[in-house]
Design a protein around this ligand. Structure first.
Ligand SMILES: Cc1cc2nc3c(=O)[nH]c(=O)nc-3n(C[C@H](O)[C@H](O)[C@H](O)COP(=O)(O)OP(=O)(O)OC[C@H]3O[C@@H](n4cnc5c(N)ncnc54)[C@H](O)[C@@H]3O)c2cc1C
Length: 548
C-alpha cells in the first residue's frame, strides 16, 4: 500500500464517509482511517435485548464528566459511525438557525454563511441519502431548490389519525424526512421493509441510508481509495512551526504499535468529541495547547440538544410499525404568546418492552414483562428537541489517561420545559390527555443524560474570526495550512432539529472545496449513486414513484 496520499480522512461517519464519497471521483489518492470495523450483519441487529439492554453496539470507551466521574458514552465506532444506529430523520436547519437567535439562556450565534448559500448542498445531501419527504409542508422550512428524490413515507393508520387530529386542532404536522431506501412503487427492488427497527438499531437489510451503505461501500473497489479499519488516529504530527500536518499517527489494534501515514491534506471527521481529542493530543512545542488551538477554542462550545423522549399512552392500541413519519414545528420560533423558540417535536421509532427496559432500567426494574408489553402496545413515541447553546465551559478536554473529559451543563431548560407543556396540550388533540384522566393512562418521559452523546456537536466551530473559531469558512483550520474538519464539530450552533443532514451537506461542500484546491472542478465530481430501487442524481425516478 502506498503510504503517501493526496487526502487522508479520519472517520467514516456522516462527515468523513460523505466527504470521501464526494472526493472519490476526482481520482485523487484517498486514505480513509476508521477506528472501528464493519458492523456485523447478524440477527442481533434487530433484537432489542442485545441492542438496548446489553448495549451490543456501544463502544467500550471510558469518558469522564466534569467532576471526573467515569461513564460509558453512547458512541458507535463502526464504518458509518453513528449513522449505523441513527434514526435517519434527515432535517434541514431553518434559515433563522443560520442567523443569530435569542434564547432564554443566551444567544445562538450565526453561522459564517447563510442558509441561502448553504442550500445547494442540502439538496445534494438529500439526493445522495435518498430522503423521502415533501418540501413545502413544513411552514418553518426555508426555500428549497429541488424537491426530495422520493415522496414521503406514508403514515400508518394510527399516525394518520394523529396527523388529522392535529390539523383539526390548528397545528401544522408535516411528513418527517426519512433517509431510507424504500421504493413504495416497486417494493421488489427496495430493501426497506418498513420495520420498527430503524431508530437506534443497525439495519439488517442495509436499507437505512447510512454513511457506510450510501457513501463508503460504493468506493471500495476503486483503486484510488484505501480504507483501513481498526485504525485509530491518536495524534497528528506537524512541521516545526505547527502550520502543516506532516504525519497521521495511527494505532492499529490497540497494541501500542504506531504507524504513520502521510497526506497532502488531512481531514478530521471523528465526531465532535474525538476530533477535539485528536487535536488536543497533538500538542507540541509549536502548539503547546493543542494543534490549531492558539485561540483556545478547540473542545469548547460542545452542544448536544436539550432533548426528551416522551411516550404517550392512549386507550387505542398503536400497531404502527414504522412510526417516524411525522414532525411538528409549530413551536420552533417565538410567536403567539411564546417569547422564546421552543423547538421541534417528531415521532420516534416505535417502542417495545425490551427497548423500554434497556433505556429505563430503573423505572422498569420491577415491571413484569407482560405489563411492559401492554404499555408498548398503546405507546406513541415522541422526541422533543430544544436547542442547546454553545457555552465555552461546556467542553472536551483530555484526561491524563488520554481519555475524553466532557464538562457539560444544560442550557435552555425552561424552553425545554415549555415545549413539554405544549406537547401535553397537543395530546389533548389526539385524545390522549383525556384517556390519561379517565383511564389511568399516563405519560412516561426520559431525560437524556450526558452519556447520550448521539447529537454531539461544536468543539471546533467554523467562523471568520480566528480568535473565536477554530476553522475558516471552508472548514480549514485557521492556523494549519492543510488541515480540515468535516463532522458536527464545525457547528457554531445546533438548532433544534437532528444534525446529520447538515453534517452531510457540509461534508459535500468541504469535499468540493478540497477538490478545487487539488485542481479538480466540482462539476467533475458528479456521481451516479448505485442504490437498488432508488434514483440517481442524474437518473429518472421510476415512473410510478414520481411525484405528480
Ligand atoms: C441512536 C442514534 C440515533 C440518531 N438519530 C439521528 C437522526 O434520526 N437524525 C439525525 O440527523 N441524526 C441522528 N443521530 C446523530 C447522527 O448520527 C450524528 O449527528 C452524525 O452521525 C454525526 O456525524 P459525524 O461525522 O460528526 O460523526 P460519526 O457519524 O459518529 O462519525 C465519526 C467516525 O469517526 C470514527 N472515529 C472516532 N474516533 C476516531 C479515531 N481516533 N480514529 C479513526 N476514526 C475515529 C468513528 O468510529 C466514526 O466512524 C443519531 C445518533 C444516534 C447514536
Amino acid at each position: 500500500m502506498a503510504e503517501d496520499f493526496d487526502v487522508i480522512i479520519v472517520g467514516t461517519g456522516a462527515g468523513g464517509g460523505t466527504l470521501a464519497h464526494t472526493l472519490a471521483p476526482s481520482g485523487k489518492r484517498i486514505l480513509l482511517l476508521e477506528r472501528g470495523d464493519f458492523l456485523t450483519r447478524e440477527l442481533e441487529n434487530w433484537d432489542p435485548e442485545p441492542v438496548f439492554v446489553d448495549g451490543r453496539y456501544i463502544s467500550p470507551d471510558t469518558w469522564y464528566d466534569g467532576a471526573g466521574t467515569p461513564f460509558q458514552p453512547q458512541v458507535h465506532y463502526f464504518v458509518g459511525g453513528a449513522t449505523k444506529m441513527y434514526g435517519a430523520a434527515l432535517y434541514r436547519l431553518r434559515p433563522q438557525d443560520f442567523a443569530e437567535m435569542r434564547h432564554v439562556d443566551g444567544i445562538s450565534p450565526a453561522w459564517p454563511l447563510g442558509y441561502d448559500e448553504f442550500e445547494p448542498w442540502y439538496t445534494k445531501a438529500e439526493w445522495l441519502y435518498q430522503v423521502h419527504g415533501e418540501h413545502g409542508t413544513d411552514p418553518t422550512e426555508g426555500p428549497w431548490s429541488r424537491q426530495y428524490p422520493w415522496p414521503p413515507v406514508s403514515h400508518e393508520p394510527r399516525i394518520q389519525e394523529i396527523s388529522d387530529s392535529l390539523e383539526r386542532g390548528g397545528y401544522h404536522p408535516f411528513p418527517g424526512p426519512c433517509g431510507i431506501m424504500l421504493n413504495e412503487a416497486d417494493r421488489a427492488a427496495s430493501n426497506c421493509i418498513r420495520c420498527a427497527t430503524c431508530d437506534g438499531y443497525p439495519c439488517l437489510v442495509h436499507a437505512k441510508a447510512d454513511a457506510d451503505i450510501i457513501a463508503v461501500r460504493p468506493l471500495l473497489g476503486m483503486p484510488t481509495v484505501t480504507l483501513l479499519t481498526n485504525a485509530e488516529v491518536v495524534r497528528l504530527e506537524t512541521g516545526p512551526a505547527g502550520r502543516t500536518v506532516t504525519g497521521v499517527v495511527v494505532d492499529r489494534g490497540g497494541d501500542g504499535k504506531e504507524e504513520v501515514y502521510h497526506g497532502d491534506i488531512v481531514v478530521l471527521a471523528a465526531g465532535a468529541a474525538n476530533t477535539a481529542k485528536i487535536l488536543l493530543r497533538s500538542a507540541s512545542d509549536a502548539c503547546p495547547s493543542g494543534l490549531a488551538n492558539g485561540s483556545d477554542q478547540v473542545g469548547r462550545n460542545y452542544m448536544y440538544h436539550n432533548s426528551k423522549a416522551a411516550v404517550a399512552l392512549g386507550k387505542e392500541p398503536n400497531d404502527t410499525i414504522f412510526q417516524k413519519t411525522l414532525g411538528i414545528n409549530d413551536f420552533y420560533f417565538p410567536g403567539d404568546d411564546r417569547e422564546w423558540p421552543l423547538g421541534n417535536i417528531q415521532l420516534l421509532g416505535k417502542s417495545n418492552a425490551m427497548a423500554m427496559k434497556g433505556e429505563e432500567p430503573h423505572l422498569t426494574r420491577l415491571a413484569p414483562q407482560w405489563s411492559l408489553e401492554e404499555v408498548a402496545k398503546h405507546a406513541v413515541d415522541f422526541w422533543l428537541t430544544t436547542e442547546d447553546l454553545p457555552k465555552p465551559d461546556n467542553r472536551v478536554t483530555v484526561e491524563r489517561d488520554g481519555n475524553v473529559r466532557l464538562a457539560y451543563a444544560d442550557t435552555n431548560d425552561s424552553e425545554a420545559a415549555a415545549l413539554y407543556v405544549e406537547f401535553r396540550k397537543i395530546l389533548n388533540h389526539i385524545g390522549m390527555a383525556e384517556h390519561h384522566v379517565l383511564h389511568k393512562n399516563y405519560y412516561m418521559s426520559m431525560n437524556v443524560a450526558v452519556a447520550g452523546v448521539a447529537h454531539q456537536a461544536g468543539t471546533c466551530r467554523f467562523g471568520t474570526d480566528p480568535a473565536a473559531s477554530v476553522l475558516d469558512v471552508n472548514c480549514k483550520a485557521h492556523e494549519v495550512d492543510n488541515l480540515y474538519v468535516a463532522d458536527t464539530s464545525i457547528f457554531p450552533s445546533i438548532g433544534a432539529v437532528n444534525p446529520a443532514l447538515t453534517a452531510i451537506a457540509n461534508a459535500i461542500r468541504v469535499g468540493e472545496h478540497i477538490a478545487e484546491r487539488l485542481g479538480v472542478s466540482a462539476s467533475a465530481l458528479a456521481w451516479a449513486p448505485v442504490q437498488r430501487g432508488a434514483p440517481a442524481e442524474t437518473a429518472e425516478a421510476p415512473a410510478a414513484a414520481k411525484r405528480s
